[in-house]
Design a protein around this ligand. Structure first.
Ligand code: ADP
Ligand code: MG
Length: 389
Protein backbone atom coordinates (compact mmCIF):
# COMPACT_ATOMS: atom_id res chain seq x y z
CA UNK A 1 0.00 0.00 0.00
CA UNK A 2 1.49 3.32 -1.10
CA UNK A 3 1.35 6.47 0.97
CA UNK A 4 -0.13 9.64 -0.51
CA UNK A 5 3.20 11.34 0.07
CA UNK A 6 4.83 8.81 -2.31
CA UNK A 7 2.74 9.97 -5.28
CA UNK A 8 3.87 12.70 -7.63
CA UNK A 9 1.04 15.13 -6.93
CA UNK A 10 2.29 18.42 -8.41
CA UNK A 11 -0.41 19.85 -10.68
CA UNK A 12 -2.42 16.60 -10.52
CA UNK A 13 -6.07 16.29 -9.61
CA UNK A 14 -6.32 14.02 -6.60
CA UNK A 15 -9.64 12.55 -5.48
CA UNK A 16 -9.49 12.05 -1.72
CA UNK A 17 -12.19 9.90 -0.10
CA UNK A 18 -12.62 11.43 3.35
CA UNK A 19 -14.94 10.54 6.21
CA UNK A 20 -16.92 13.69 6.90
CA UNK A 21 -19.87 11.76 8.31
CA UNK A 22 -20.09 14.22 11.19
CA UNK A 23 -22.96 14.97 13.59
CA UNK A 24 -25.10 17.97 12.58
CA UNK A 25 -27.66 19.93 14.57
CA UNK A 26 -29.60 22.88 13.19
CA UNK A 27 -27.38 22.98 10.10
CA UNK A 28 -24.14 23.17 12.08
CA UNK A 29 -21.39 20.63 12.68
CA UNK A 30 -21.46 19.76 16.39
CA UNK A 31 -18.30 17.62 16.52
CA UNK A 32 -15.37 18.28 14.16
CA UNK A 33 -13.21 15.31 15.19
CA UNK A 34 -13.51 13.53 11.85
CA UNK A 35 -12.69 16.71 9.93
CA UNK A 36 -9.68 17.46 12.14
CA UNK A 37 -8.36 13.91 11.76
CA UNK A 38 -8.03 14.21 7.99
CA UNK A 39 -6.59 17.75 7.84
CA UNK A 40 -2.92 16.57 7.72
CA UNK A 41 -3.70 14.55 4.57
CA UNK A 42 -5.46 17.43 2.82
CA UNK A 43 -2.67 19.79 3.81
CA UNK A 44 -0.06 17.38 2.48
CA UNK A 45 -1.82 17.25 -0.90
CA UNK A 46 -2.21 21.04 -1.05
CA UNK A 47 1.42 21.65 -0.16
CA UNK A 48 2.53 19.13 -2.79
CA UNK A 49 0.75 21.33 -5.36
CA UNK A 50 -2.18 19.02 -6.05
CA UNK A 51 -5.67 20.12 -7.10
CA UNK A 52 -7.65 18.51 -4.30
CA UNK A 53 -11.15 17.03 -4.64
CA UNK A 54 -12.60 15.70 -1.40
CA UNK A 55 -15.63 13.40 -1.32
CA UNK A 56 -17.59 11.88 1.54
CA UNK A 57 -20.91 10.41 2.53
CA UNK A 58 -23.09 11.91 5.24
CA UNK A 59 -25.82 9.92 6.97
CA UNK A 60 -28.10 7.54 5.14
CA UNK A 61 -29.95 9.35 2.34
CA UNK A 62 -30.38 5.96 0.58
CA UNK A 63 -29.62 7.16 -2.95
CA UNK A 64 -31.89 10.22 -2.88
CA UNK A 65 -31.16 13.92 -2.43
CA UNK A 66 -32.01 14.91 1.12
CA UNK A 67 -31.29 18.60 1.68
CA UNK A 68 -30.71 18.10 5.43
CA UNK A 69 -27.86 15.73 4.56
CA UNK A 70 -26.07 18.17 2.27
CA UNK A 71 -22.35 18.56 2.92
CA UNK A 72 -22.62 22.37 2.46
CA UNK A 73 -22.37 23.13 6.22
CA UNK A 74 -19.52 20.64 6.45
CA UNK A 75 -17.64 22.54 3.72
CA UNK A 76 -17.78 25.65 5.91
CA UNK A 77 -16.47 23.78 8.98
CA UNK A 78 -13.83 22.12 6.78
CA UNK A 79 -12.59 25.50 5.47
CA UNK A 80 -12.36 26.90 9.00
CA UNK A 81 -10.48 23.87 10.29
CA UNK A 82 -8.15 23.76 7.29
CA UNK A 83 -7.54 27.51 7.35
CA UNK A 84 -8.00 27.72 3.56
CA UNK A 85 -10.92 28.38 1.25
CA UNK A 86 -12.91 25.29 0.27
CA UNK A 87 -15.07 25.32 -2.84
CA UNK A 88 -18.28 23.32 -2.72
CA UNK A 89 -20.35 21.89 -5.59
CA UNK A 90 -23.88 20.63 -5.13
CA UNK A 91 -23.11 17.47 -7.10
CA UNK A 92 -20.44 14.77 -6.98
CA UNK A 93 -20.71 13.72 -10.66
CA UNK A 94 -21.99 15.36 -13.84
CA UNK A 95 -21.28 18.63 -15.67
CA UNK A 96 -21.16 20.90 -12.58
CA UNK A 97 -18.73 18.65 -10.74
CA UNK A 98 -16.62 18.26 -13.90
CA UNK A 99 -16.45 22.01 -14.43
CA UNK A 100 -15.48 22.58 -10.79
CA UNK A 101 -12.78 19.90 -11.02
CA UNK A 102 -11.48 21.32 -14.30
CA UNK A 103 -11.17 24.85 -12.97
CA UNK A 104 -9.29 23.89 -9.79
CA UNK A 105 -5.88 25.51 -9.42
CA UNK A 106 -2.91 23.74 -7.78
CA UNK A 107 -3.28 23.93 -4.00
CA UNK A 108 -7.04 24.56 -4.22
CA UNK A 109 -9.57 22.41 -2.40
CA UNK A 110 -13.02 21.35 -3.54
CA UNK A 111 -15.63 19.39 -1.58
CA UNK A 112 -18.16 17.41 -3.61
CA UNK A 113 -21.75 16.87 -2.47
CA UNK A 114 -22.81 13.79 -0.46
CA UNK A 115 -21.87 10.64 -2.41
CA UNK A 116 -24.87 8.75 -1.05
CA UNK A 117 -27.30 11.07 -2.85
CA UNK A 118 -26.63 8.59 -5.68
CA UNK A 119 -27.71 4.94 -5.36
CA UNK A 120 -24.56 3.96 -7.29
CA UNK A 121 -22.36 4.77 -4.29
CA UNK A 122 -23.61 1.98 -2.02
CA UNK A 123 -24.22 -0.48 -4.87
CA UNK A 124 -20.74 0.21 -6.27
CA UNK A 125 -22.27 0.86 -9.69
CA UNK A 126 -19.54 0.76 -12.38
CA UNK A 127 -20.94 3.78 -14.24
CA UNK A 128 -21.03 5.88 -11.08
CA UNK A 129 -17.47 4.83 -10.18
CA UNK A 130 -16.36 5.73 -13.71
CA UNK A 131 -17.94 9.18 -13.44
CA UNK A 132 -16.17 9.82 -10.13
CA UNK A 133 -12.85 8.48 -11.39
CA UNK A 134 -13.06 10.75 -14.47
CA UNK A 135 -12.81 13.81 -12.21
CA UNK A 136 -9.21 13.11 -11.13
CA UNK A 137 -5.79 11.73 -12.09
CA UNK A 138 -5.07 9.94 -8.83
CA UNK A 139 -6.86 8.60 -5.76
CA UNK A 140 -6.23 8.82 -2.05
CA UNK A 141 -8.24 7.13 0.68
CA UNK A 142 -8.33 8.66 4.14
CA UNK A 143 -11.82 7.45 5.13
CA UNK A 144 -10.90 4.70 7.54
CA UNK A 145 -14.41 4.75 9.04
CA UNK A 146 -15.84 3.71 5.64
CA UNK A 147 -13.04 1.31 4.57
CA UNK A 148 -15.14 -1.75 5.48
CA UNK A 149 -17.75 -0.77 2.90
CA UNK A 150 -17.26 -2.03 -0.67
CA UNK A 151 -18.83 1.15 -2.06
CA UNK A 152 -18.02 2.96 -5.32
CA UNK A 153 -15.84 5.68 -3.76
CA UNK A 154 -14.00 3.12 -1.60
CA UNK A 155 -13.33 0.24 -4.02
CA UNK A 156 -14.84 1.17 -7.42
CA UNK A 157 -12.82 4.33 -8.05
CA UNK A 158 -9.37 2.97 -7.01
CA UNK A 159 -9.96 -0.03 -9.29
CA UNK A 160 -10.11 2.43 -12.21
CA UNK A 161 -7.22 4.69 -11.21
CA UNK A 162 -3.57 3.69 -11.68
CA UNK A 163 -2.07 6.01 -9.06
CA UNK A 164 -3.63 5.34 -5.65
CA UNK A 165 -2.49 5.59 -2.08
CA UNK A 166 -3.49 5.77 1.56
CA UNK A 167 -3.88 9.07 3.36
CA UNK A 168 -2.13 9.74 6.66
CA UNK A 169 -5.16 8.89 8.82
CA UNK A 170 -5.79 5.60 7.07
CA UNK A 171 -2.11 4.73 7.45
CA UNK A 172 -2.13 5.60 11.15
CA UNK A 173 -5.23 3.48 11.76
CA UNK A 174 -3.75 0.49 9.95
CA UNK A 175 -0.46 0.83 11.86
CA UNK A 176 -2.13 1.13 15.28
CA UNK A 177 -4.77 -1.52 14.74
CA UNK A 178 -2.24 -3.96 13.26
CA UNK A 179 -0.81 -4.32 16.76
CA UNK A 180 -4.03 -6.10 17.68
CA UNK A 181 -3.52 -8.71 14.96
CA UNK A 182 -0.74 -10.27 17.01
CA UNK A 183 -1.82 -9.11 20.46
CA UNK A 184 -0.29 -9.67 23.84
CA UNK A 185 -2.61 -12.18 25.50
CA UNK A 186 -5.07 -12.54 27.05
CA UNK A 187 -6.83 -10.46 24.42
CA UNK A 188 -10.32 -9.27 25.41
CA UNK A 189 -12.91 -7.68 23.15
CA UNK A 190 -15.87 -5.73 24.49
CA UNK A 191 -18.78 -5.26 22.10
CA UNK A 192 -21.94 -3.24 22.48
CA UNK A 193 -23.80 -0.56 20.55
CA UNK A 194 -26.82 -0.55 18.33
CA UNK A 195 -25.52 -1.32 14.83
CA UNK A 196 -25.94 -5.07 14.71
CA UNK A 197 -25.95 -5.86 10.99
CA UNK A 198 -22.42 -6.25 9.76
CA UNK A 199 -20.93 -6.02 13.22
CA UNK A 200 -22.26 -9.34 14.47
CA UNK A 201 -20.75 -11.10 11.44
CA UNK A 202 -17.39 -9.48 12.19
CA UNK A 203 -17.82 -10.53 15.82
CA UNK A 204 -18.13 -14.11 14.65
CA UNK A 205 -14.73 -13.80 12.95
CA UNK A 206 -13.29 -12.15 16.05
CA UNK A 207 -14.07 -15.20 18.20
CA UNK A 208 -11.05 -16.94 16.66
CA UNK A 209 -8.67 -14.09 17.52
CA UNK A 210 -9.82 -13.00 20.98
CA UNK A 211 -9.55 -14.98 24.21
CA UNK A 212 -12.45 -13.31 26.00
CA UNK A 213 -15.58 -11.67 24.62
CA UNK A 214 -17.73 -9.36 26.71
CA UNK A 215 -21.08 -8.38 25.28
CA UNK A 216 -23.22 -5.42 26.34
CA UNK A 217 -25.42 -2.71 24.78
CA UNK A 218 -28.02 -3.55 22.18
CA UNK A 219 -25.75 -6.33 20.92
CA UNK A 220 -26.37 -8.29 24.15
CA UNK A 221 -30.11 -8.58 23.50
CA UNK A 222 -29.43 -10.87 20.57
CA UNK A 223 -27.49 -13.26 22.79
CA UNK A 224 -30.17 -13.15 25.49
CA UNK A 225 -32.71 -14.05 22.81
CA UNK A 226 -30.42 -16.80 21.49
CA UNK A 227 -30.56 -18.36 24.96
CA UNK A 228 -34.34 -18.46 24.59
CA UNK A 229 -34.93 -15.68 27.13
CA UNK A 230 -37.34 -12.75 26.66
CA UNK A 231 -36.05 -9.27 25.72
CA UNK A 232 -39.36 -7.38 25.90
CA UNK A 233 -39.33 -4.33 23.64
CA UNK A 234 -35.52 -4.05 23.60
CA UNK A 235 -33.57 -3.26 20.44
CA UNK A 236 -33.48 -6.49 18.42
CA UNK A 237 -32.69 -7.46 14.85
CA UNK A 238 -34.62 -10.73 14.86
CA UNK A 239 -32.73 -12.14 11.85
CA UNK A 240 -29.40 -11.80 13.68
CA UNK A 241 -30.36 -14.01 16.63
CA UNK A 242 -29.20 -17.08 14.70
CA UNK A 243 -25.72 -15.54 14.32
CA UNK A 244 -25.63 -14.91 18.08
CA UNK A 245 -26.49 -18.59 18.64
CA UNK A 246 -23.66 -19.64 16.28
CA UNK A 247 -21.23 -17.42 18.20
CA UNK A 248 -22.25 -19.02 21.51
CA UNK A 249 -21.70 -22.49 20.01
CA UNK A 250 -18.37 -21.49 18.47
CA UNK A 251 -17.11 -20.10 21.81
CA UNK A 252 -18.05 -23.35 23.51
CA UNK A 253 -16.30 -25.39 20.81
CA UNK A 254 -13.14 -23.26 20.85
CA UNK A 255 -13.04 -22.96 24.64
CA UNK A 256 -13.37 -19.16 24.54
CA UNK A 257 -14.96 -17.19 27.36
CA UNK A 258 -18.02 -15.20 26.34
CA UNK A 259 -19.66 -13.10 29.03
CA UNK A 260 -23.19 -11.76 28.71
CA UNK A 261 -24.62 -9.21 31.13
CA UNK A 262 -26.00 -10.89 34.25
CA UNK A 263 -28.27 -7.90 34.87
CA UNK A 264 -29.80 -5.03 32.92
CA UNK A 265 -31.18 -1.60 33.68
CA UNK A 266 -34.64 -1.54 32.09
CA UNK A 267 -37.31 1.13 31.59
CA UNK A 268 -40.31 1.88 29.37
CA UNK A 269 -38.14 3.94 27.00
CA UNK A 270 -34.88 5.91 26.96
CA UNK A 271 -36.94 8.94 28.12
CA UNK A 272 -38.26 7.06 31.14
CA UNK A 273 -35.41 7.84 33.57
CA UNK A 274 -37.81 7.64 36.54
CA UNK A 275 -38.87 4.11 35.66
CA UNK A 276 -35.30 2.77 35.52
CA UNK A 277 -34.73 -0.40 37.55
CA UNK A 278 -32.34 -3.34 37.49
CA UNK A 279 -33.43 -6.87 36.63
CA UNK A 280 -31.63 -10.20 36.12
CA UNK A 281 -30.77 -11.51 32.63
CA UNK A 282 -33.83 -13.79 32.61
CA UNK A 283 -36.22 -11.12 33.90
CA UNK A 284 -36.56 -8.45 31.20
CA UNK A 285 -40.28 -7.56 31.40
CA UNK A 286 -42.45 -7.93 28.31
CA UNK A 287 -43.29 -4.21 28.17
CA UNK A 288 -39.79 -2.84 28.99
CA UNK A 289 -36.52 -2.18 27.18
CA UNK A 290 -33.02 -3.13 28.34
CA UNK A 291 -31.18 0.21 28.17
CA UNK A 292 -27.95 -0.40 30.10
CA UNK A 293 -25.98 -3.14 31.81
CA UNK A 294 -26.37 -3.43 35.59
CA UNK A 295 -23.96 -3.12 38.49
CA UNK A 296 -23.39 -6.90 38.84
CA UNK A 297 -22.41 -7.04 35.17
CA UNK A 298 -19.89 -4.23 35.63
CA UNK A 299 -18.30 -6.06 38.56
CA UNK A 300 -18.16 -9.25 36.50
CA UNK A 301 -16.63 -7.39 33.52
CA UNK A 302 -14.04 -5.82 35.82
CA UNK A 303 -13.00 -9.27 37.09
CA UNK A 304 -12.80 -10.71 33.58
CA UNK A 305 -10.80 -7.78 32.20
CA UNK A 306 -8.28 -7.69 35.06
CA UNK A 307 -5.85 -10.24 33.53
CA UNK A 308 -6.19 -8.90 29.95
CA UNK A 309 -3.03 -7.53 28.31
CA UNK A 310 -4.89 -6.19 25.28
CA UNK A 311 -8.45 -4.82 25.22
CA UNK A 312 -10.49 -3.73 22.22
CA UNK A 313 -13.81 -1.94 22.74
CA UNK A 314 -16.51 -1.00 20.26
CA UNK A 315 -20.08 -0.02 21.07
CA UNK A 316 -21.57 1.67 24.17
CA UNK A 317 -22.91 -0.54 26.97
CA UNK A 318 -26.21 1.33 27.00
CA UNK A 319 -28.08 4.38 25.78
CA UNK A 320 -25.34 6.59 27.21
CA UNK A 321 -26.85 9.74 25.68
CA UNK A 322 -29.60 9.60 28.33
CA UNK A 323 -28.78 9.38 32.02
CA UNK A 324 -29.12 7.22 34.02
CA UNK A 325 -28.49 4.76 31.15
CA UNK A 326 -24.95 6.15 30.75
CA UNK A 327 -23.59 4.44 33.86
CA UNK A 328 -22.38 1.20 32.28
CA UNK A 329 -20.60 2.97 29.41
CA UNK A 330 -18.96 5.51 31.74
CA UNK A 331 -17.84 2.79 34.14
CA UNK A 332 -16.33 0.78 31.29
CA UNK A 333 -14.54 3.88 29.96
CA UNK A 334 -12.99 4.46 33.41
CA UNK A 335 -12.10 0.79 33.78
CA UNK A 336 -10.20 0.76 30.47
CA UNK A 337 -8.58 4.15 31.18
CA UNK A 338 -7.17 2.76 34.41
CA UNK A 339 -6.09 -0.56 32.89
CA UNK A 340 -2.42 -1.26 32.27
CA UNK A 341 -3.33 -3.18 29.10
CA UNK A 342 -3.01 -1.97 25.52
CA UNK A 343 -6.44 -0.36 25.11
CA UNK A 344 -8.11 0.49 21.83
CA UNK A 345 -11.55 2.05 21.47
CA UNK A 346 -13.27 2.56 18.12
CA UNK A 347 -16.59 3.91 16.87
CA UNK A 348 -18.34 7.26 16.60
CA UNK A 349 -20.50 6.90 19.72
CA UNK A 350 -17.98 4.89 21.72
CA UNK A 351 -15.33 7.56 21.18
CA UNK A 352 -17.84 10.31 22.02
CA UNK A 353 -18.56 8.50 25.31
CA UNK A 354 -14.85 8.13 26.11
CA UNK A 355 -14.27 11.81 25.33
CA UNK A 356 -17.31 12.76 27.40
CA UNK A 357 -15.78 10.87 30.32
CA UNK A 358 -12.59 12.89 29.76
CA UNK A 359 -10.33 9.85 29.43
CA UNK A 360 -9.59 9.61 25.69
CA UNK A 361 -5.90 10.40 26.22
CA UNK A 362 -5.56 7.42 28.54
CA UNK A 363 -6.28 4.93 25.76
CA UNK A 364 -3.46 3.49 23.65
CA UNK A 365 -5.40 4.27 20.48
CA UNK A 366 -8.71 5.95 19.73
CA UNK A 367 -9.95 4.82 16.33
CA UNK A 368 -12.24 6.83 14.06
CA UNK A 369 -13.88 3.62 12.82
CA UNK A 370 -16.38 1.43 14.70
CA UNK A 371 -17.47 -1.25 12.26
CA UNK A 372 -14.21 -0.68 10.37
CA UNK A 373 -11.92 -1.20 13.39
CA UNK A 374 -13.90 -4.28 14.45
CA UNK A 375 -13.74 -5.81 10.98
CA UNK A 376 -10.05 -4.98 10.56
CA UNK A 377 -9.15 -6.67 13.83
CA UNK A 378 -11.36 -9.67 13.03
CA UNK A 379 -10.19 -10.18 9.43
CA UNK A 380 -6.82 -8.45 9.22
CA UNK A 381 -7.81 -6.29 6.27
CA UNK A 382 -10.69 -4.30 4.74
CA UNK A 383 -12.07 -3.86 1.21
CA UNK A 384 -10.83 -0.25 1.12
CA UNK A 385 -7.30 -1.37 2.02
CA UNK A 386 -7.27 -4.19 -0.54
CA UNK A 387 -8.40 -1.68 -3.18
CA UNK A 388 -5.15 0.26 -2.69
CA UNK A 389 -2.86 -2.72 -3.26
P1 ADP B 1 -20.25 3.02 17.62
O1 ADP B 1 -20.69 4.31 16.99
O2 ADP B 1 -19.40 3.24 18.81
O3 ADP B 1 -19.65 2.07 16.62
P2 ADP B 1 -22.95 1.99 17.44
O4 ADP B 1 -23.18 2.98 16.35
O5 ADP B 1 -23.03 0.54 17.08
O6 ADP B 1 -21.57 2.29 18.18
O7 ADP B 1 -24.03 2.20 18.59
C1 ADP B 1 -24.12 3.38 19.34
C2 ADP B 1 -25.51 3.54 19.89
O8 ADP B 1 -25.91 2.38 20.59
C3 ADP B 1 -25.64 4.65 20.90
O9 ADP B 1 -26.32 5.72 20.29
C4 ADP B 1 -26.44 4.03 22.05
O10 ADP B 1 -27.52 4.85 22.49
C5 ADP B 1 -26.94 2.76 21.44
N1 ADP B 1 -27.22 1.69 22.42
C6 ADP B 1 -26.37 1.11 23.27
N2 ADP B 1 -26.98 0.19 24.03
C7 ADP B 1 -28.28 0.18 23.64
C8 ADP B 1 -29.44 -0.55 24.05
N3 ADP B 1 -29.38 -1.46 25.01
N4 ADP B 1 -30.60 -0.29 23.42
C9 ADP B 1 -30.68 0.64 22.44
N5 ADP B 1 -29.61 1.36 22.01
C10 ADP B 1 -28.43 1.13 22.60
MG1 MG C 1 -22.27 4.71 15.65
Amino acid sequence: MKSLGDLELRGKRVFIRVDFNVPLAGGRVTDRTRIEETIPTVRLACEAGARVLCASHLGKPKGKVEPELSLAPVAAAFAETLGRAVRFVEECVGPEAEEAARSLEPGEVLLLENLRFHPGEESNDPEFAKALAALADCYGDDAFGAAHRAHASVVGVPALVAEKAAGLLLEKEVRELSRLLDPERPFAAVLGGAKISGKIEALEALVRRADILLIGGGMANHFVRALGLPVGRSLLEEDKVAVAREILDLCKKEGKTIALPSDFVVAQSPEDAKGARTVGIAKIPQDAMALDVGQKTLEQFERLLAPAKTIFWNGPMGVFERPPFDRGTKALAMLLAESGAVTVVGGGESVAAVKGAGVADRFTHVSTGGGASLEFIAKGTLPGIEALR
